[in-house]
Design a protein around this ligand. Sequence first.
Ligand SMILES: C[S@@+](CC[C@H](N)C(=O)[O-])C[C@H]1O[C@@H](n2cnc3c(N)ncnc32)[C@H](O)[C@@H]1O
Length: 257
Amino acid sequence: MGIEVERWEDGELVRETLDRLDRWTVHASHSVTVHLSDGAETDLSVPVVQRPGEINGDRLGVGACLWDGAVILAGYMASEVPRRKLMGARVVELGAGVGFAGIVCAKLGARVTLTERGCMVPLMEENAQANGFDGRGRDTAGGQGTCECRELTWGGAGYEERAGNLGPADWVIAADCVYVDGEGESPSVPAFVESIRRMSGPGTTVVVCQEVRSTDVSATLRRLLEENFKTACRLVPPQSLPAPLRAEYNELFVCKL
Ligand SMILES: C[S@@+](CC[C@H](N)C(=O)[O-])C[C@H]1O[C@@H](n2cnc3c(N)ncnc32)[C@H](O)[C@@H]1O
């Protein structure tokens, strides 16, 4: 894994390639390209269109930039999931932000729907296009994968039915989607997990990566995933992942109904 970044520092243009996760540098960069390679099957370059100036703003907010959880999630899908299980598979990503993890799946041959809050959809579309997917989601480079963008705001009016209409998917994926509120609680987790459940059927595998921001959010997410996904709910040990993707501050769950 390598992350090529370009940013301005004290009036000078700095270009470097990071060989590890470094969210602060990524969030300060106007140009980001992630290279994922396992030296065998996978060799991908994924340009990321992001808006570093908007990450602290009210409109796009944290969705404006790429987060470590998305790189870990994408790396897991690219290196730990056999390619034949992604080829032609239906993948739905929730809270996709710049759409990175879903776009990686589409480049690996999956039929992907990226979902987000309405204000984020244009940025996801821009990322899909930067990676060769046209306005109808088709791969202009001739690959089998497709990548479409849809609005889905969990907790919003009618979200349960809209989430259900996107399933059942073969894979439901999400990175770094739930937060702690001012009281130290995690009000967004139930609607987030309910959306995932509605997209899931007996053949679905759910892969969720979440940064550990508060004990309440982590515990609530884990409890609700375990309650809803009874066949399996496994926490992937970081040391089982390729070295550049090991981050103790992120939890990666793999679940089945
Ligand atoms: C920290 S960002 C992570 C973005 C992306 N998954 C990544 O890891 O790079 C959290 C994302 O969750 C999205 N989000 C938050 N609440 C949401 C909701 N109720 N419905 C849909 N998306 C939501 C935000 O818009 C934001 O893009």
